[in-house]
Design a protein around this ligand. Structure first.
Ligand SMILES: Cc1cc2nc3c(=O)[nH]c(=O)nc-3n(C[C@H](O)[C@H](O)[C@H](O)COP(=O)(O)OP(=O)(O)OC[C@H]3O[C@@H](n4cnc5c(N)ncnc54)[C@H](O)[C@@H]3O)c2cc1C
Ligand SMILES: NC(=O)c1ccc[n+]([C@@H]2O[C@H](COP(=O)([O-])OP(=O)(O)OC[C@H]3O[C@@H](n4cnc5c(N)ncnc54)[C@H](O)[C@@H]3O)[C@@H](O)[C@H]2O)c1
Length: 481
């Protein structure tokens, strides 16, 4: 069996661990490949954040005429050239993925194993071994499990029909569908509903529960659901029971929560009902590693993998396989921590999981950081909270946009001015929220964050400033004016 200094499973965020520190050491990197193409480089690059957002931008342009009409400009979207758009997006992505793989293959000190691998042997101490499907075995003094997550599929008849897609395959389809049924009410379902509806596809989105994006702050979830219901067809409290071929398309049978059965004929079905960590694919439980009830590999704050509650020296995990937040910026931060801890075993550092922001690039866009109002009530008591909802439409740039739906909600502890959370729905939400993420990360109180800096007038960012200024928080005596 080949012996290495470092073994990494997963070429997504795991790929960034191969720093110059390892130049004079031996590294093995295993990856079975992402999506239908078996691509190198993980989810974000090949089938996740990056290609989805490359579709979100043209979708925003396709919606241009709606906004233009509000502002007395007549525009028309005359064509959306799906094949050309798809090829432009993936020619860029595929060349980065291929280039990344070739670069790794060209390094003398790195061996690539382009196969599914499974953990094997004793994992209570180094060396840690894996075995590939071909039988290739490798062991290493240190190992990082960065094997990510995969889409969950409902176990219904017809789920394996060619017209049924997940985010892994839907972005590479030949033609834009005329009619699509999207199952799920979370991030992926809402982002694709926003994209396909903008391109003129008839979208029917179904969710098992009532409302969309239900994990978010209740004000944002209900405002988003109301907007989505205006922009495409949304049906709640429905579950898929079967999918069958019908002519060139698919017939989807649904059952409602009160037992009624519905049939819908569509060209394509997109399943987006959550993602599960790949702990089972690597066989983590089989070698005795701790796995949470939701399937995540258990790690401590230093990203060390746990076995019977104790960290295993030299064995780390990061990203979707172990993280409470399946987000690329979180996986990247954890990868920086693991890289440091591998290189400096005597001064290991913890991961930072406070003030984790997220955005949903749907229509409208959503961004959030910190606690929802319900969580904040639970944490400090409703009587200690102050909340402000700032309408975009009540700021100068909001007037310029004739905006009628944008809201910026911020929640703070009224005793200290500590910001507890922010929740934004509307144009550029993912950018407008950043000053609040910064204030929370650096421990700035709401008033200082608002008044301690200039805000360019009359930029849209005044929404953020006004939200912070609307909180009832103490104003320090020497506060900036
Ligand atoms: C459609 C979509 C859109 C998204 N958009 C965003 C976004 O806008 N912003 C954001 O922050 N996050 C987004 N995410 C989430 C983000 O992509 C993930 O959180 C992130 O990519 C996880 O990185 P990772 O390194 O943990 O795993 P991955 O990048 O998935 O890497 C894991 C790798 O391990 C390989 N692997 C798994 N099991 C084995 C095995 N047994 N043997 C060998 N190889 C194996 C896989 O093939 C994969 O290449 C999105 C996700 C999806 C699906
Ligand atoms: N912009 C981003 O940051 C971004 C984008 C995409 C994905 N992601 C990450 O990927 C994760 C997975 O995304 P996702 O959208 O698949 O999951 P999700 O957890 O966000 O949403 C799953 C949705 O499916 C619904 N659902 C579950 N089972 C169902 C069933 N049987 N029938 C109908 N509906 C059902 C749930 O009610 C929920 O609305 C996200 O949680 C997020 O961490 C992030």
């Amino acid at each position: 069996m080949a012996h290495y200094d470092l073994s990494i499973i997963g070429s997504g965020s795991g790929n960034s661990l191969i720093t110059p520190f390892w130049d004079d050491k031996r590294v093995v990197l295993a990856d079975k490949g992402s999506g239908g193409m078996g691509a190198f480089g993980g989810t974000c690059l090949n089938v996740g954040c990056i290609p989805t957002k490359m579709f979100v931008r043209p979708a925003a342009l396709a919606r241009g005429p709606e906004e233009a009409a509000r502002l007395n400009v007549t525009q028309e979207t005359t064509d959306v050239d799906w094949p050309a758009m798809r090829d432009r997006i993936f020619s860029r992505i595929d060349s980065i993925s291929t280039g990344g793989r070739r670069y790794r293959e060209g390094l003398d000190h790195v061996d690539l194993v382009a196969e599914k691998v499974t953990l094997t042997g004793d994992f209570s101490q180094a060396p840690f071994a894996f075995v590939a499907e071909s039988g290739v075995r490798a062991e290493a003094d240190r190992m990082v499990i960065a094997a990510g997550s995969r889409p969950v599929l409902p176990q219904v008849p017809g789920i394996d029909l060619p017209g049924v897609h997940t985010s892994d395959t839907v972005m590479r389809i030949e033609e834009r569908p005329e009619k699509i049924l999207i199952i799920g009410g979370g991030y992926i379902a809402c982002e694709f509903a926003g994209v396909f509806s903008a391109f003129g596809t008839e979208v029917l989105q179904i969710n098992r529960s009532r409302g969309l994006m239900n994990a978010l702050d209740a004000d944002i979830a209900s405002a988003f659901s109301a907007e989505a219901e205006q922009n495409w067809t949304v049906r709640y409290e429905r579950t898929v029971t079967s999918i069958t071929e019908q002519g060139q398309g698919l017939r989807v049978e649904l059952v409602t929560s009160d037992g009624r059965v519905e049939d819908h004929d569509v060209d394509l079905v997109l399943v987006a009902i959550g993602r599960t960590p790949n702990t089972d694919l690597v066989g983590a439980a089989e070698v005795g590693l701790d796995v949470h009830s939701d399937g995540r590999l258990a790690v401590d704050e230093y990203q060390r993998v746990l076995m019977q509650g104790d960290p295993v020296e030299g064995l780390y995990a990061l990203g979707d396989i172990s993280s409470p937040a399946m987000l690329k910026h979180v996986a990247n931060q954890e990868a920086r921590v693991v890289a440091h801890n591998l290189e400096h075993p005597d001064t290991i550092r913890p991961s930072r999981h406070e003030a984790i922001p997220a955005a949903v690039f749907s229509f409208p866009e959503i961004a959030q950081v910190g606690l929802t109002e319900a969580q904040a009530e639970e944490a400090v008591g409703a009587e200690n909270l102050t909340t402000k909802i700032q309408n975009y439409g009540d700021t100068a740039y909001g007037w310029a946009m004739e905006d009628s739906h944008g809201i910026f909600k911020v929640i703070a502890d009224r005793r200290s001015g500590q910001i507890l959370g922010a929740h934004v729905l509307g144009h550029q939400a993912s950018n407008l929220i950043q000053p609040v993420i910064q204030a929370m990360s650096f421990g700035q109180d709401a008033y200082t964050a608002a008044r301690g800096q200039y805000w360019i007038h009359p930029a849209l960012m005044e929404v953020t400033e006004n939200a912070l200024l609307g909180l009832e928080v103490p104003i320090p005596e020497d506060a900036p004016l």
